[in-house]
Design a protein around this ligand. Structure first.
Ligand code: B12
Ligand code: SF4
Ligand code: SF4
Length: 324
């Protein structure tokens, strides 16, 4: 299992993003709304920040400010969801919001349904737009902690290896991770939607299993352009869709698309995910043994006719090597 990297690899510079920039004096910190997603019936979930590409919005907004600053002879550097700074620590220093028990920075009116970004600048800036939050927003509430299906949240602490957002970015999935995967293709908004401070923001949506699995590489690459995907390999996105589909009542089109992952030429990671779901009883309550023979090409049947216990499998280390 990989250890998380991101800012964890070099925490010291991330804690003090001014240090390498001799001219840096202050920061302008912003929060941009990112409505959390609730997966629609039979749809795969995509976290709101990724569905709307909120990081691009925050970077664009800050880049516009940076250009204005340069026009008056100033200097600035945009940092947003990079490894260069702890965005939440900057937001705390700027008194932009509270930190909720789910560990997210919450701003009035939106709760934790925001993404953060900063412009490190060559001057001390004293501008405040919006209300300065005071007091403890959580008090006796623990809804986010109780709503987290993987037990990733403690009292204001997140254990990254337990968070679905992390697990979806992993090459090798522990069997226990798959059991609590839920319908999520990318990200997870369950702690955010559970919070009364962001409840009004949520949006119902998602992706169809068939549209993810049947999309051409070019179309899928465009759809997931801004997501963090190991090695930028689409096999992981498709694998996530197969595992998540187990939590859905899949349509015939979805199932056909899933079966197709077993035919020759499919990446081993995807075939392995299909076999795993079959061993666990199939998709969305569909009787896998019946479904096997209904809509399959002769090629698909080659695999599907095998008794469940005999489905060919590959060892995790082998899969890691052959993941393309
Ligand atoms: C790695 C990472 C992850 C990892 C690990 C998360 C983690 N807890 O560290 C994984 C993949 C699991 C993840 C998940 C998600 N993430 Co994320 N993630 C990051 C990333 C890239 C780095 C986080 C990091 O450095 N953590 C290390 C710790 C040390 O720092 P920190 O918790 O960020 O900051 C705290 C400390 O610095 C501390 N602190 C600061 N000074 C001091 C002083 C003292 C004395 C003390 C005690 C503490 C203290 O307070 C800060 C605030 O709590 C940031 C972007 C960035 N560059 O910051 C986004 C970021 C944290 N993620 C974000 C989001 C949106 C998510 C998800 C909601 C996405 C989703 N819907 O699936 C989930 C969150 C679930 C949750 N409840 O937190 C947003 C959070 C926005 C917000 N409103 O707070 C960020 C800030 C990206 C952004 N620019 O908007 N994420
Ligand atoms: S994003 Fe999902 S898995 Fe991660 S802490 Fe929130 S509810 Fe738990
Ligand atoms: S759900 Fe409750 S405990 Fe969690 S962040 Fe929101 S107000 Fe705080």
């Amino acid at each position: 299992m990989r250890e998380p990297r991101f800012t964890f690899r070099r925490p010291q510079p991330a804690a003090d993003p001014w240090a390498p920039l001799s001219w840096a004096r202050g920061a302008i910190v912003v929060a941009v709304a990112a409505a959390p997603s609730v997966p629609a019936a039979n749809h795969l979930g995509v976290a709101g920040y990724a569905a709307g590409d909120a990081y691009a919005q925050v970077r664009d907004a800050l880049e516009r400010v940076r250009r204005l600053l340069v026009d008056v002879g100033g200097r600035g550097v945009v940092v947003a969801d990079s490894n260069l700074a702890f965005d939440r620590a900057l937001a705390r220093r700027a008194r932009l919001g509270w930190v909720g028990r789910h560990t997210l920075v919450m701003v009035p009116g939106y709760g934790g349904a925001v993404v953060l970004g900063s412009l490190i600048v060559d001057r001390v800036v004293e501008v405040r737009l919006g209300r300065t939050p005071t007091g403890d927003p959580c008090r006796n509430c623990r809804r986010c902690v109780d709503a987290c299906p993987t037990g990733a949240l403690g009292d204001g602490v997140l254990e990254p290896l337990r968070c679905r957002s992390w697990r979806q970015q992993e090459r090798h999935l522990e069997p226990s991770w798959r059991e609590t995967w839920g319908p999520w293709l990318y990200g997870c908004d369950e702690c955010v939607t559970a919070c009364p401070l962001s409840a009004r923001q949520k949006k119902v949506g998602g992706e169809r299993v068939a549209s993810i699995l049947s999309a051409s590489d070019a179309a899928l690459a465009e759809r997931v352009r801004s997501w963090y995907i190991p090695d930028r390999t689409l096999a992981w996105v498709r694998r996530n869709a197969i595992v998540a589909a187990r939590s859905l009542a899949t349509s015939p089109d979805d199932e056909q698309a899933i079966w197709r992952q077993l035919v020759a030429g499919a990446a081993p990671v995807r075939a392995e995910a299909v076999r795993w779901v079959l061993r666990r009883g199939g998709w969305g309550g569909v009787d896998a043994s019946r479904a096997r023979h209904q809509r399959l090409s002769p090629e698909d049947r080659r695999y599907s006719a095998l008794p469940r216990g005999d489905l060919p499998s590959a060892r995790p280390d082998e899969l890691r090597r052959r993941h393309a």
